[in-house]
Design a protein around this ligand. Structure first.
Ligand SMILES: *Cc1c(COP(=O)(O)O)cnc(C)c1O
Length: 813
């Protein structure tokens, strides 16, 4: 590790010269980035090696977090931060005439995820390492991650994400650890040596090659591993080749490698495509094979050793996407290691734990039986047997209750229900915020909760305060450290010490100055990207997240239109100037979400170009919302829009990032918003709208009439009419689908019902902002109470309550 910037500078120059055979002056920004990152990676490698050695030697229990998505963003800055090198390297680079931020910007975001779920997995990796927990990630190395979004003419255009085009400095290919995953073919059971064995024939083998990414722990020597699997094959089909059928051989190679080519860009909506199921089994099987292989080397390879695997290994599945881990671990234990069913089942269910991420009915994964049978014949046999035994047990408990048993069955209506499989085959099921976990227990999974009452718990989500506060908002981080000392970095609950400065005028002035600087930074970005000048003294009112009907960007947009109408009608009304900022991607096949993007951009066109009103309110849609863009946006927000229909957003994590950066939430009582309110108190948040209980009541018993609400509110009626009456400069039926969703299908997400409450809440926000002393106190309190939403707290709860793992202190290498 570098002890001084001089030492660093010498090493860096030497690295640049030996790597590229050129001097600093001759080097491009890209070369400077590569040399710098290579130097940092070399430091990391030492601790990585030491960590792995100690994990083997101590034989402590380890956890593997299986997730189809890891939305990492950039790693250079967070690695530097966690190594404690930001100062030394930043200063050293500066003396060499290099700006560290510019260097960091060379790195492509690793966008291997859609949104909240994938970002949560990335935050958990950071926290596991910081807490010195032996915890690793297992996922897919998508050749193309989340698509790049362009806005052309107000419409979303998708471009492929080619994040690997210049190579990826943080990964290490481990060709010698490759494993084979088998697809298709037939399985027959045969008797061998008095034992029934499964013989898999005529299958298609896909080679899975691991690429390991180091996960650096903050201020400790821990370096864990994120293992990402890539489908590769180097040998062409020789039989085709020798017959001269070159094309066929190449075709086959590409079809095998297709497995890890793309991330499905759907958030909270599973694509029922064969390739998606193939991806799921691909990384689950590869991951488990490599874990079992290592376990056998460390802890013994007899069936008796393997029956105790849960004592040394915990496997966590992030949503149901990796739920095939249950039958796959059964297969390995029975078919490859010789355990009997009961032993294998006992071990498997004690090894696996499951997080549920959504109660949206359309988001619950289910796979057609035919598809599972054809693509994964052995998996199907095992799932079928699990189901038979589970239903038999239910029959014992609930004789004659067919309806209940039908609902709880793993296979039903010709589908495999992945959530049912995950609950039955694991020892722990958790929701991601208190209200969500309660809804799971009382509504969505009430049958399972009755049958397995001790299996259900809550683990409220969190975000890593290192990336989302310390790194994204260095000015705020410095101010906090100057005020309460540096303890909050290791113990985020110490942020509570800021509370006593909430009313301090000098501190308020400093908080405001930091916010202004961050707003100016975002304004410069907007100016540069969009050639629009925004007023840095206006309220920055931000809604950034995936575009989804339940997240209700429509509610926000309709309110902006209403505000515009009122200003048009009476330009003299005294409003607080505002900049409404949106960002987010729509799934490629999600028609309504794409129209919502067009609606927001059309509003922007009308309002921003209005010579009078454009000076008081502006609408900005920032294209290509991503982790790196979020790091620029969060510190600059005054207002955080968390306005989902109550009960639909399981937790949200964007809400936590805003809070940590001193934004005030305007939100519904949904997901973690409720816990944010509980922390900051009603005076430091603006709440509106239906409660989850009210929404669930409407869903169950009906009684909501959208048309009535529309007819009863003239302002609301006007904006809804404006979608269709030619007021907006767009083709006549451009917004038909939005209008239709509000009135024809009775407004499934209660946009109209919550409109009046939302408009009133927005007036309250403006009013609070006018009292700057009051507002700055609210901002301070939000930061002060955000410690609970650090993912260090969340991960510590998982470690103790679910995984049963302890820290392993890694020695300096
Ligand atoms: C945090 C984050 C999300 C999740 O945001 P929500 O508001 O919780 O939906 C999505 N995308 C990115 C890039 C993020 O950083």
């Amino acid at each position: 590790m570098f002890k001084s910037k001089e030492e660093f500078k010498t090493a860096y120059i030497e690295r640049l010269e030996t790597l590229f055979g050129q001097s600093l002056d001759e080097s491009s920004m890209a070369d400077k980035y590569v040399a710098f990152s290579a130097l940092i990676r070399q430091l990391i490698n030492k601790s990585w090696y030491q960590s792995n050695r100690q994990y083997r030697a101590t034989k402590e229990k380890q956890v593997y977090y299986f997730s189809m998505e890891f939305l990492l963003g950039r790693l250079l800055a967070s690695n530097l931060f966690n190594l404690g090198l930001t100062e030394i390297c930043g200063q050293g680079l500066k003396e060499l005439g290099i700006n560290l931020s510019e260097l960091e910007a060379v790195e492509q975001d690793a966008g291997l995820g859609n949104g909240g779920l994938g970002r949560l997995a990335a935050c958990f990796l950071d926290s596991m390492a910081a807490l010195q927990l032996p915890g690793h990630g297992c996922g897919i190395r998508y050749r193309h991650g989340m698509f790049e979004q362009k806005i052309v003419d107000g419409y979303q255009i998708e471009l492929p994400d080619n994040w690997l085009k210049d190579g990826y400095i943080w990964e290490m290919r481990k060709a010698d650890r490759a494993v084979t995953v088998k697809f298709g073919g037939q399985v027959r059971l045969a008797e061998q040596g008095g034992r029934l064995v499964a013989i898999h024939e005529n299958y298609e083998p896909v080679v899975a090659v691991p690429y390991d990414v180091p996960v650096v722990g903050a201020n400790c020597n821990t370096v864990n591993t994120l293992r990402l699997w890539s489908a590769e094959t180097n040998h062409f089909d020789l039989s085709s080749f020798s017959k001269g059928d070159f094309l066929k051989a190449v075709e086959q190679k590409y079809s095998l490698e297709a497995t890890s080519q793309i991330l499905y860009p759907d958030d909270n909506y599973p694509e029922g495509k064969t390739l998606r199921l193939k991806q799921q089994y691909f990384f689950v099987s590869a991951g488990l094979q490599s874990i079992v292989r290592r376990y056998k080397r460390t802890h013994g390879a007899t069936p008796a050793d393997l029956a105790k695997i849960h004592e040394k290994i915990a496997i966590h599945i992030n949503d149901t996407h990796p739920a095939l881990a249950i039958p796959e671990l059964m297969r390995i234990l029975m078919d490859e290691e010789g355990l009997g069913w009961d032993e294998a089942w006992n071990t498997t269910s004690k090894t696996i734990s499951y997080t549920n991420h959504t109660i949206l009915p359309e988001a619950l994964e289910k796979w057609p039986v035919d598809l599972v049978q054809a693509l994964l014949p052995r998996m199907y046999m095992i799932i079928h047997e699990i189901n038979e035994r589970f239903c038999a047990a239910l029959w014992q408990e609930y004789p004659g209750q067919w309806e209940r048993i039908r609902e709880m069955a793993i296979i039903g209506d010709c589908y495999v229900r992945m959530a049912n499989l995950a609950v039955v085959g694991s020892h722990s099921v958790n929701g991601v915020a208190a209200v969500h976990s309660e809804i799971l227990k009382k509504e969505v999974m009430s049958n399972f909760h009755q049958y397995f009452p001790h299996r259900f718990t809550n683990k409220t989500n969190g975000v890593t305060h290192r990336r989302w506060l310390a790194k994204a908002n260095p000015k705020l981080a410095s101010l906090i450290t100057e005020t309460i000392g540096p303890g909050w970095l290791a113990h985020p609950n110490e942020l509570a010490n800021l509370r006593r400065y909430a009313q301090d005028p000098a501190f308020q002035a400093s908080i405001k100055a930091v916010k202004q600087a961050n707003k100016a930074r975002l304004a410069a970005y907007i100016k540069n990207k969009m050639a629009i000048t925004v007023d840095v003294n206006s309220i920055f009112d931000v809604q950034v997240k995936r575009i989804h009907a339940y997240k209700r960007q429509t509610l926000n947009a309709l309110h902006i239109l209403d505000l515009y109408n009122r200003l048009k009608a009476d330009p003299a009304i005294d409003i607080e100037p505002r900049t409404f900022i949106f960002g987010g991607k729509a799934a490629t096949g999600y028609y309504l979400a794409k129209r919502i993007i067009k609606f927001i951009n059309t509003l922007a066109q009308v309002i921003n170009n209005d010579p009078v009103i454009g000076a008081r309110i502006k609408v900005i849609f920032l294209e290509n919302y991503s982790v790196s863009l979020a790091e620029l946006i969060m510190p600059a927000a005054d207002v955080s829009e968390q306005i989902s229909t109550a009960s639909r957003e399981a937790s949200g994590t964007g809400n936590m990032k805003f809070m940590m950066n001193g934004a005030v939430t305007i939100g519904t009582l949904d997901g973690a918003n409720i816990e944010i309110r509980d922390e900051v108190g009603d005076d430091n948040i603006v709440i509106f709208g239906l409660t989850a209980a009210e929404v669930l009541n409407y869903y169950k018993y009906g009684g909501y009439n959208a048309l009535e609400v529309y007819q009863g509110n003239p302002r609301l009626r006007l904006v809804v009419d404006q979608l269709m009456n030619g007021f907006l400069p767009a083709s006549p039926d451009e917004f038909h689908s939005i209008h239709h969703s509000l009135l024809r299908t009775n407004d499934e997400y209660f946009v109209l019902r919550d409109f009046a409450g939302y408009a009133a809440a927005q007036e309250k926000v403006a009013c609070l902002y006018r009292d700057q002393s009051r507002w700055q106190a609210m901002a301070v309190n939000n930061i002060a109470f955000s410690g609970r939403f650090a993912s260090d707290r969340t991960v510590a709860e998982y470690a103790i309550g679910i995984w049963g793992i302890k820290p392993v202190v890694i020695r300096e290498s």
